[in-house]
Design a protein around this ligand. Structure first.
Ligand code: C2E
Ligand code: CA
Ligand code: CA
Ligand code: CA
Length: 275
């Protein structure tokens, strides 16, 4: 049994080595991907709950890998955060999204997801203001989506920087609202312009009266605090009708559209925007 145990240990060790090797390889590939422009943005419509018409689009990054095809962000953003590559990816994303939005057929907002790690690693206020200056996108058309993980470390410094971003005229949204430990506490600490209710509540609302009560409470909280409320992950007409009834401001989800390739955005606008 002793020998077996040692063998198992050796196996575990070499397994660990190969995990590290694989991570290093992926990291090198990702570094190259950035240089060779293999990252692409897809854009998912954000529609007004009042009339189902698009008012903006959220940029969602994908890695267009020559062999593996379209790799979702869940498979490389965590690695990019660990390795620090998120700095390059984040800088690129903000500028590419702003640039794309200047070419859209209409003055739709563009929402960009900001990693907490990117925020820590760079002078994020300059990154944002440089992207706006370089592309000429009016700051009022840019929204930044952040999760509460950002506010855990050095909240005072983070809040100071968020205030400066907001002062540029940029909208600051709290993403995945309700999934962390202190979503409500953070609303007191920082004046978010917008809350995106996490899709888990929307999904659960179809079956679960408690989830519907929570959604109703968040919507009413938004009205009290004058914060814009968006619900993500909307997949059914029933959900649309409920979210409209409780007066959410904006909806997003597969019911309206999946994330679109850049080339398909104009067609979507033509078919769905106000005449
Ligand atoms: P998120 O910001 O919460 O984005 C919403 C995710 O839900 C997206 O997945 C979107 O495609 C998906 N989704 C949208 N509507 C529906 C729906 O009706 N039903 C279901 N089941 N899913 C829906 P995606 O594109 O794979 O992105 C996953 C996460 O990766 C994002 O979650 C965000 O946290 C992160 N991410 C995406 N793009 C970026 C980026 O450019 N930078 C950073 N730092 N993170 C990003
Ligand atoms: Ca988001
Ligand atoms: Ca979410
Ligand atoms: Ca998220």
């Amino acid at each position: 049994a002793k020998a077996e145990g040692r063998g198992a240990y050796r196996f575990f060790e070499s397994q660990m080595d190969s995990d590290v090797r694989e991570r290093r390889m992926l990291e090198a590939e990702l570094r190259q991907a950035i240089a060779e422009n293999e990252l692409v943005l897809h854009y998912q419509p954000l529609v007004s709950a009042e009339d189902n018409r698009p008012s903006g689009f959220e940029a969602l990054v994908r890695w267009n890998h020559p062999i593996r095809g379209l790799v979702p962000p869940s498979e490389f953003i965590p690695l990019a955060e660990q390795s620090g590559l998120i700095k390059q990816i984040g800088d690129w994303t903000i500028e590419a999204a702003c640039k794309a939005a200047t070419l859209w057929p209409g003055d739709f907002n563009v929402a960009v997801n900001l990693s907490a790690r990117h925020f820590q690693l760079s002078d994020i206020v300059s990154v944002v203001s440089d992207a706006l200056a370089k592309t000429g996108l009016p700051p009022q058309r840019l929204e930044l989506e952040i999760t509460e993980s950002l506010l855990i470390e050095n909240p005072d410094e983070v809040i100071e920087r968020l205030n400066r971003i907001q002062a540029l005229g940029v909208t600051v949204a709290m993403d995945d609202f309700g999934t962390g430990y202190s979503s409500l506490a953070y609303l007191l600490k920082f004046p978010f312009d917008k809350i995106k209710i996490d899709k888990s509540f929307v999904t659960a609302s179809s079956e679960d009266a408690v989830a519907r009560d929570i959604l109703r409470s968040i919507a009413s909280l938004g009205r009290t605090l004058k914060i814009h409320i968006t619900a993500e992950g909307v997949e059914t007409l029933e959900q649309v009708e409920f979210l409209r009834e409780i007066a959410c401001n904006q909806l997003q989800g597969f019911y309206f559209a999946r994330p679109l390739e850049e080339l398909d955005l104009a067609g979507y606008v033509l078919a769905n925007a106000a005449p």
